[in-house]
Design a protein around this ligand. Sequence first.
Ligand code: SF4
Length: 102
Amino acid sequence: MEYPTWTGSEPCQSVGGDLWFPDDPFEAKTLNVVAAEVCQSCPSIEPCAEWGIAHEKHGVWGGLNPAQRIFIRARRGIHVDTPNHTAWIESIAGLRATGGAA
Ligand code: SF4
């Protein structure tokens, strides 16, 4: 599976990555719910969710929180060794720096 190609209009680019990858574990549950709601209007929700299911242990991907992805992985028989959200953060930071051009 290839890393998703972002369109430049994903809501997480303008809202900020802290909502998707909260630092404070006590706020994570609430922030994950808000992030998942924002994801519902995203044009990339499907590829983002599939990438997250296949590769990511942390954060909200395609509207799915870590616990939801664990459940889906168990049903699909997928094992994730290492988190890869650094690639997402770098990708979004790059889109922000270029004004959305991929
Ligand atoms: S679905 Fe993925 S790309 Fe879209 S807003 Fe949510 S985290 Fe960002």
